[in-house]
Design a protein around this ligand. Structure first.
Ligand code: SF4
Ligand code: SF4
Ligand code: SF4
Length: 248
């Protein structure tokens, strides 16, 4: 069986998710027995227009990004959005809460009107092209990345968790952040990270995005139980949800 040809591309991001792939170290060698990387700016000098799987990191923030993403999509049988910037716009989407002229002036001062700084409201990849699979997180969980690539190389459908982070948090026996009078997004956020933040003493800030069909009523009950309001919860949704409320 021919190995699937895999190309990795990036748009607006910190490239931390690609770094997570490199951080797989020996396991990466294992994954490479199943796939053939043909383009990956961070690790290869080769380039190719012929590939089966395109893995795309970063969000779309300029007109030329949109055109390039469509070009990347065209030859790919499977397009994977890698990390929160690609799956939901990520932290880059915070700027959508402001006027773009204001954003440009804030970041670049008097140079903000230069043509190459022609920033647009941030979009996730699936707001521009069809996305077949999402690898969630900021950064991604590299074990999940390796699992998904293995599945695809073997012609299997990877199972992406569709239950909340609270499940993994409780399985780890972590004391809930609400017991510390904090607000945590675990009840509406997709699991798969093994809840590292609550176990390290931080609330979940929702970097894996919402579960499909989040149980908003259960979240409301948690809020009421701990004397919080849904507005308190919404105040935490800005970082990754860009203020977009979960609905069910
Ligand atoms: S999702 Fe996070 S770690 Fe990954 S590229 Fe975006 S900002 Fe960086
Ligand atoms: S609300 Fe947060 S800390 Fe509490 S169980 Fe859920 S994920 Fe864990
Ligand atoms: S616990 Fe929440 S913020 Fe932390 S990695 Fe998991 S989804 Fe992201």
């Amino acid at each position: 069986m021919d190995k699937p040809r895999v190309a990795i591309f990036d748009f607006a991001c910190c490239e931390g998710c690609q770094l997570q792939i490199v951080n797989l170290e020996e396991e990466l060698l294992d994954v490479l027995t199943l796939i053939q990387p043909v383009e990956w700016r961070e690790a290869l000098s080769d380039q190719s227009d012929t590939y089966d799987i395109a893995i795309v990191e970063g969000s779309i923030t300029r007109p030329e990004d949109e055109e390039k993403l469509r070009e990347i999509r065209a030859p790919a049988a499977i397009l994977i959005a890698l990390g929160a910037c690609a799956t939901m716009g990520g932290i880059n989407k915070l700027k959508n809460n402001f006027a773009m002229d204001e954003v440009r002036a804030e970041v670049y001062g008097k140079d903000g009107s230069m043509p190459h700084l022609n920033t647009l409201p941030t979009r996730a990849l699936d707001e521009v092209v069809k996305v077949d699979l999402k690898i969630h997180g900021c950064p991604i969980n590299n074990r999940e990345f390796a699992y998904i690539l293995r599945c695809l190389a073997l012609g299997k459908t990877p199972a992406i968790p569709n239950y909340p982070v609270c499940v993994e948090c409780k399985m780890r026996g972590t004391v809930c952040r609400y017991e510390y009078n904090e607000i945590c997004l675990g009840p509406v956020t997709r699991a798969g990270c093994n809840a590292p933040c609550p176990s390290a003493g931080f609330w979940c800030f929702g970097c894996r995005g919402y579960v499909d069909d989040p149980n908003v009523q259960a979240a409301r009950e948690v809020m009421e139980h701990y004397g919080k309001t849904m507005d308190d919860l919404k105040s935490r949704l800005l970082l990754f949800g860009s203020g977009q409320e979960p609905t069910s």
